[in-house]
Design a protein around this ligand. Structure first.
Ligand code: F6R
Length: 369
């Protein structure tokens, strides 16, 4: 039931604060330590892991790309992320010390299933991050961490993506906890920040009318580019994917640092470019670099749509439109920056008269290779 919303996608976007909170529920102890006994992988075994490999498709793959930043930072383990459809065909190097994480909303995606089967044949442990109880991928994995997004009906994934991110952060922190790396004030702090994130998502959702208005004004555009850096880069890829699927528009996501290696040639008068700006705190070098990118593309006529933290005024001189997100720790920022991009794509689809819940040519579960 759509519960009064215009579409399941509208409803599922709105349900995200709840989905995020539900995915954290019962998994953080009163002392801030993580309770993930449900994984049933003994801590001794987690300490033996020497590499993490994430396999997934589409939006779930983007969650994996973001997970890499968190896993490597918090666990100091090397982490590879690969499209499940490519993984098996390149003879990947895996053994009993590799932990393979398969991310899937439906739990039925054939490419992801085949990738995990291949990993298990090599003797690797497979952990599924999945939203569908009792589906094939968790059944065939050694362990599962369920996302508690509730049923996702719209073909384009929204709330499942945010909960996949939450699950990835939990796994990264848990691995860090089990391995004793970086486990201390920093990780406890992150757990506290995670607990606040549902409220931050709620705040973003409360202020989406300007994004909808902007989307409607772009209904006639041919191409939209998305730029991001660090964890904002996979967010840019996800923003572009949502726009393709829903609005049937040409959209591409780029790492902002790559602009001058090619994509800047695409910039022409009036081209809408969405830029996901990292926090000016912490990694401020990246922030400054991306502000110069915004300046460069604006000088070439781009219409700049900037997603930036509250209080980040450095972007103002070069932004045609600013979308504000709450101040969030850098690694967790995708949980808030993705939301305006979902709303943007959804509204553009409506403005272009497209069927939001059932985009043409797509199926909710892709059970063929
Ligand atoms: C995009 C989308 C798809 C899925 C992909 C994987 O909005 O929904 O890209 O993310 O087909 O599906 P699951 O997560 O079910 O394995």
């Amino acid at each position: 039931e759509k519960g009064g919303y215009a579409s399941f996608m509208h409803k599922e976007i709105a349900e995200q604060p709840r989905a995020v909170a539900d995915t954290l529920l019962g998994r953080i102890g009163a002392d801030g330590a993580l309770i993930l006994d449900e994984l049933r992988i003994p801590a001794a075994e987690l300490r033996e892991v020497d590499k993490v490999v994430v396999v997934a498709c589409g939006t779930a793959f983007h969650a994996g790309l973001i997970a890499k930043y968190a896993i490597e930072h918090w666990t100091r383990l090397p982490c590879e992320v690969e499209l499940a459809s490519e993984f098996r065909y390149r003879d990947p190097i895996l053994d009993a010390r590799s932990l393979v994480i398969a991310i899937s909303q439906s739990g039925e995606t054939m490419d992801t299933l085949m990738a995990l089967r291949h990993a298990r044949e090599q003797g690797s442990r497979v952990l599924a991050i999945c939203n569908t109880n009792g589906s094939t991928i968790p059944r065939e994995s050694d362990a599962v961490l369920y996302t508690h997004a509730g049923p996702e009906v719209a073909v384009a994934s929204t709330k499942a993506f945010l909960t996949q991110l939450v699950a990835c952060y939990l796994v990264a922190l848990y691995l860090g906890q089990a391995r004793g790396t970086k486990w201390g004030d920093e990780v406890l702090g992150v757990v506290r920040d995670l607990a606040d994130i549902a409220g931050a998502v709620e705040r973003v959702l409360g202020d989406m009318e300007p994004v909808r208005e902007l989307a409607r004004s772009l209904a006639g555009a041919g191409t939209v580019l998305f730029l991001g850096r660090h964890v904002g880069y996979p967010v840019a890829l996800e923003g572009a994917l949502k726009l393709k699927e829903l609005a049937y528009m040409h959209a591409e996501g780029f790492a902002a640092g790559e602009l001058k290696h090619g994509p800047i040639a695409l910039v022409e008068e009036g081209l809408p470019v969405v830029v996901v700006v990292p926090s000016p705190r912490g990694r401020c070098v990246l922030h400054d670099k991306i502000v110069s990118n915004i300046q460069e593309i604006r000088a070439r006529g781009a219409r700049t749509i900037v997603i930036a933290e509250e209080g980040d005024d450095a972007v103002l001189p070069y932004a045609d439109h600013v979308v504000r997100v709450p101040v969030t720790p850098t690694l967790l920022q995708p949980l808030v920056t993705t939301v305006p991009l979902q709303v943007f794509a959804c509204e553009l689809a409506v403005a272009r008269g497209n069927e939001v819940d059932q985009p043409r040519n797509l199926a909710k579960s892709v059970t063929v290779e």
